[in-house]
Design a binder for this molecule. Structure first.
Ligand SMILES: Nc1ncnc2c1ncn2[C@@H]1O[C@H](COP(=O)(O)OP(=O)(O)OP(=O)(O)O)[C@@H](O)[C@H]1O
Ligand SMILES: [Mg+2]
Length: 375
């Protein structure tokens, strides 16, 4: 019997075979929809580092809403976010007051649509109200915004004002914003966005290893491929509970086993052996380093990378004075790089005078490349 198709999905935004460890978020959202207007989980803020599963979480919540016959509008923050939302939500975009649409265009082409900034909140609100009317009783409207950290303060303000009115009016609407963890402090510091303080905040952290193990076992054995407990433990531990790494490890060990079996003439039947896991995990680590860490490191200056390398000597959060000392620099000088790295969301400051990596496995990557002067 030939080896089955690889079920793992190590690709940004693509649904994994099993969404591991996020049941509580889905449950809260489901209850939010079922409990009706005023339920706190109808306004949600999902945060997590790159590769933690924010985008697939939005997809999952969208599917939950659709299964309840809600309409779902998914947007990603970038210039023109609010106008794009309006154009997509309004049942008749061409009739929006204050909008400029090139007359030659049939329908609405997104680039042609613009609203006077001051009118954005009320126009967005009108668009939602009109859309809800076309949906009819019992059907609501879910709006999801991905990469919220890239939204302009102007757009976010308009969306927040409109959302706040809709929620206050007990309209059947829900909003889910997803973005990098830095978003929370950025947003909450902006006075005008105080309303987002009331959002239900879901931090997508590492997935418990027990859940990872079970999901790997179910996915692999469920597809008719054998794996022994030792190999399973090895694979589980290598993921560190980091969602993107779960897919990378699953994908690599599967591919490794399939290739081996095609060369050894299926001597072991359809099975992932311990050696396959060892080799697969190596490949997954390399892939993670190249795909996630290398691009981050490449865009940093030499001294900023030195700052990171000084941090990587610790197994957990570093003290910023230790880092400065290791760089043989003054605190003031080191703080310039500390601030740059914070601004770029490469590190976080978990407490006063402490810094830690914001990107999973960056520490391991820096350690593994420490000896290589070309990086
Ligand atoms: N709960 C989960 N269980 C298993 N795999 C997951 C889970 N969440 C996400 N993944 C996988 O992890 C990878 C990254 O997911 P996703 O693109 O949603 O992350 P993200 O947080 O949106 O990242 P980015 O910040 O780069 O946009 C994908 O391969 C996805 O299939
Ligand atoms: Mg994403």
């Amino acid at each position: 019997m030939s080896f089955p198709a690889n079920p793992f999905k190590p690709t940004a935004g693509v649904m994994p075979p099993v969404l591991i460890g996020r049941e509580s978020v889905s449950l809260d959202f489901r209850e939010g929809l079922d409990d009706g207007p005023g339920a706190p989980d109808r306004l949600m803020l999902i945060t997590g580092p790159r590769g933690s599963g924010k985008t697939v979480m939005l997809t999952e919540l969208g599917m939950i809403a659709r299964s309840r016959r809600w309409e779902v509008i998914d947007e990603t923050a970038s210039d023109g976010l609010c106008d794009r939302l309006i154009a997509r939500i309004a049942p008749e975009p061409s009739r929006i007051a204050g909008a400029t649409i090139k007359p030659s265009v049939m329908g609405v082409s997104l680039g042609e649509f613009g609203i006077v900034p001051a009118l954005r909140p009320s126009t967005l609100r009108d668009a939602m109200t009109a859309r809800l009317r076309t949906l009819g009783k019992g059907r609501g409207l879910l709006i999801t915004i991905d990469e919220t950290q890239d939204a302009s303060l102007e757009d976010m303000t308009a969306i927040a004002i409109a959302a706040q009115h809709m929620l206050r009016d007990n309209a059947d609407v829900a909003f889910v914003f997803a973005g990098l963890p830095s978003l929370v402090s950025d947003l909450l510091n902006a006075k005008v966005l105080t309303f987002l303080r009331r959002a239900s905040i879901k931090e997508l952290g590492d997935v418990p290893l027990d859940d990872v193990r079970r999901a790997l076992a179910d996915t692999i054995r469920g597809a008719g491929v054998a794996i022994n407990d030792e190999a399973l433990d090895l694979a589980t531990r290598a993921t560190g509970g980091y969602p993107y790494m779960i897919q990378l490890v699953g994908y690599s060990i599967w591919r490794r086993a399939r290739r081996r079996e095609s060369t050894d003439g299926h001597a072991h039947g359809n099975a992932i052996l311990t050696d396959d896991v060892k080799a697969g995990v190596e490949q997954a680590r390399a892939k993670l380093g190249e795909g996630v860490c290398a691009p981050v490191v490449k865009q940093l200056s030499g001294r900023a990378v030195d700052y990171l390398r000084a941090m990587a000597l610790d197994d957990g959060p570093s003290s910023s004075s230790d880092v400065a000392a290791r760089m043989h620099e003054s605190m003031d000088y080191a703080n310039i790089y500390r601030q740059r790295l914070l601004d770029k969301h490469v590190i976080v400051a978990p407490a006063r005078g402490r810094v830690d990596f914001a990107i999973p496995f960056l520490r391991e990557y820096l350690r593994s490349t420490a000896a290589d002067p070309n990086r």
